[in-house]
Design a protein around this ligand. Structure first.
Ligand SMILES: [Zn+2]
Length: 189
């Protein structure tokens, strides 16, 4: 098992929700040249493991990668719209719904405990799509935020009691902002 830290195998997990962490696999979205972290089918396989969706890497084909990116962008657009109090587009909802309708992994009880069957790229994407539907239709949908960090496009679920969390990560963007404020204050002293 990979420990549940904020960065795993080069991928960021700051969203408090897998669909939002999945959206973060297109890094630096606000820059002129975003960075594609799912560049190859193997990258998607690595993300599934880093996300804790499967322990063993699954086989990922080129068309799975195309589908994954399509689902990722739909989840990102819908979550970003929600963060602004909007519903997002029907086209994006159709993409998420289509992925969610696919078969998911199946738990089977065996002599030695639990064994998952039907673990494949499409079924793991179906899990992600369903988690996205849960998030975008549930009680936390009004707690989806975009990080206030400069140039940071990461979306996260604000689980703070006050509901005023600003940063995707206190150690990352929160700390950078603190340092910037400190510099600002001490300029010209
Ligand atoms: Zn951030």
């Amino acid at each position: 098992m990979i420990p549940m830290t904020e960065v795993r195998d080069g991928f960021k997990f700051r969203g408090g929700s897998l669909p939002l962490d999945f959206a973060a696999t297109l890094a630096a979205r606000l820059r002129a040249e975003p960075r594609e972290l799912l560049a190859t089918p193997r990258d998607l396989g690595r993300w599934f493991v880093a996300a804790g969706l499967t322990e063993k890497a699954v086989r990922v084909a080129e068309h799975d990668l195309v589908g994954a990116r399509e689902l990722r962008e739909a989840l990102y657009e819908l979550a970003r719209a929600r963060a602004r109090g909007k519903a997002g587009s029907d086209a994006d909802r159709r993409i998420v719904n289509r992925h969610a309708a696919a078969e998911t992994p199946v738990p089977q009880l065996e002599e030695n405990g639990l064994r998952w069957t039907h673990v494949a790229a499409t079924s793991l994407l179906a899990l992600l799509a369903r988690a996205g539907i849960d998030l975008l239709s549930g009680a936390m949908r009004d707690r989806i935020r975009q990080c206030s960090g400069e140039g940071c496009a990461i979306l996260f679920v604000d689980t703070s009691r006050s509901g005023h969390r600003k940063w995707c990560s206190m150690a990352g963007c929160g700390n950078k902002a603190k340092v910037a404020t400190f510099r600002e204050r001490n300029r010209g002293d």
